[in-house]
Design a protein around this ligand. Structure first.
Ligand code: UDX
Length: 489
């Protein structure tokens, strides 16, 4: 592998992680951002958001000198010969992705280039963007200076971003020249040598891979959530249904965790952008189903509010403890967070809401300053009439139901993520509700097992192999996969 001098333009979540990851892969990296506060923090080795493992990686390479940061695009143009574009493509008012930041970078960077250069897009863009950028680059590049463009989408998940960057499950290279493909293969020689598969594509396919992957994941989650609606109408149990479906390898158990639905900076935005792009392309029918997926997902939030209303009657004067604000565990990201949305709706309906999140209290407060925030779960639950479990952080799975029971006014819990061991809570005399599950029926089954087999609870009974894992899993174990598995680190 040759040592490459690269720049990473845009040091948000994706860019900061990519910059540190490329330094770890042995390259000399300069991160660029127009936000001086962000660059100042990163240059001191501080990560301005929560991502396990990233602070250590960043500090290591800032200290080694292999990773530097600047606000000057000119400096990056002079020092690097490969530029990764990692700027945001936020959702516009019509749902379409706004690619103006990418255009602005290209317009500034390309005329400054004086030697052969590869620009690599990593941002998630509407299919067709790269082709338009190629044409633009050809118009604005200095005469005689070769500037090539490739697309290399990222698939990193918040909470696992470092692992996904250094050990991705695949590398997608959208390239139109052998040189661009070779440069990217050389840059990623470390992971490729580990056996990471490389899929080389044309530009539009590489752009589509990212949104198609997220549309598929969103569809899988909404599918199981639509089944949860049927489970609720019939007394069936969606968690057992998911386990049974998941044993079919063609289906798989991952991303079949039913509950409050998806949020975050990617899945909701990407499906809406794909719908908008299909409209523009004159093919609205091709992804019309994604509108349904979005609606099913939004209905989950309504459902949890309805369940809360059903357990307290009127919200006026009722104290509700909300556990979790981030859109998923191991993240402080509250963008389109189902948990925060539900908390805000409950407050608007008249409840006194106190929220606690292990990492997202500050980011949530910035969006919802009138909510009350607690420093820990027990404080949030003090004198609560209802406890809502909305984000499945590992520490909520470890709460002692008896200790929580000592501080609340009423022992009523809604496990909106279907992630807690409900029997532990029921043992401590909690009334537990969970979407898509008929916990009363489970109780009756447990009593029957108790009568017939001398076991007190269903999860203590002798279960066929594989079943115990589904009833005793911890939230950490199911956060990604749904099956009891070692925690990903
Ligand atoms: C996602 C993609 O997974 C990643 O490949 C892409 O690069 C960026 O978008 P991320 O947004 O970090 O990653 O979150 P992800 O782990 O996919 O979860 C998205 C949302 O779906 C979360 O709100 C999560 O709680 C929810 N979810 C996930 C479920 O409701 N059920 C599941 O079974 C899985």
């Amino acid at each position: 592998m040759s040592l490459h001098r690269i720049s990473v333009i845009g040091t948000g979540y994706l860019g900061a992680t990519h910059a540190a990851g490329m330094a770890e892969l042995g390259h000399e990296v300069i991160g660029v951002d127009s936000d001086p506060a962000r660059i100042g923090a990163l240059a001191e080795g501080r990560v301005p958001f929560h991502e396990p493992g990233l602070p250590e990686l960043l500090a290591k390479h800032v200290a080694s000198g292999r990773l530097q940061f600047t606000t000057s695009l000119k400096e990056a143009a002079e020092r690097a010969d490969t530029h990764f574009i990692c700027v945001g493509t936020p959702q516009g008012p019509d749902g379409a992705a706004d690619v103006s930041h990418i255009h602005a970078v290209i317009d500034q960077l390309v005329p400054m280039l004086t030697t052969p250069t590869l620009i690599v897009g990593k941002s998630t863009v509407p299919v067709g963007t790269a082709q338009a950028l190629m044409e633009r680059i050809a118009r604005i590049a200095k005469p005689g200076v070769e500037v090539d463009l490739a697309w290399n989408p990222e698939f990193l998940r918040e909470g696992y971003a470092v692992k996904d960057t250094l050990h991705p499950n695949r590398l997608v290279i959208g390239a139109t020249t052998p040189d661009a493909e070779w440069t990217l293969r050389d840059l990623y020689q470390g992971p490729i040598a580990e056996g990471v598969p490389v899929v080389v594509t044309d530009l539009p396919t590489s752009e589509l891979v990212k949104v198609a992957a997220n549309a598929f994941l969103a569809t899988k989650i909404s599918f199981i959530n639509s089944m949860a609606e049927l489970c609720e109408a019939t007394g069936a149990d969606v968690t057992l249904l998911a386990d049974a479906l998941g044993h079919d390898e063609r289906i798989g158990r991952r991303f079949l965790n039913s509950g409050l639905g998806f949020g975050g900076g990617c899945l909701p935005k990407d499906i809406r952008a794909l719908v908008a792009r299909a409209d523009e392309l004159g093919r609205p029918e091709s992804v019309r189903f994604l509108r349904d997926m979005d609606e099913i997902n939004q209905r989950r939030r309504d459902r949890i509010v309805e369940m809360a209303a059903a357990s307290v009657g009127s919200f006026r004067g009722v104290k509700i403890a909300v556990l979790g604000a981030s859109f998923k565990p191991d993240s402080d990201d509250v963008r389109d967070s189902p948990a925060l949305d539900v908390a805000i709706r409950l407050q608007e309906a008249g409840a006194f809401v106190t929220i606690y999140d292990p990492a997202a209290n500050l980011t949530a407060r910035a969006i919802a300053p009138t909510l009350r925030f607690a420093a820990n779960a027990l404080t949030a639950c003090r004198k609560a009439d209802l406890v809502l479990h909305l984000t499945e952080w590992a520490e909520f799975g470890e709460l002692d139901p008896a200790a929580v029971g000592d501080v609340v006014r009423r022992k009523v819990l809604i496990d909106a993520r279907n992630a807690l061991d409900v029997h532990r809570w029921q043992d401590a005399d909690w009334v537990v509700h969970a979407p898509g599950r008929s916990l009363d029926a489970l109780d009756k089954h447990a009593e029957r097992v108790s009568r017939d087999g001398g076991h007190r609870h269903v999860h203590d009974a002798k279960m066929p192999e594989g079943c115990e894992a589904t009833t005793r899993r911890s939230p950490q174990e199911i956060s990604d996969d749904g099956r009891a598995q070692p925690t990903e680190a």
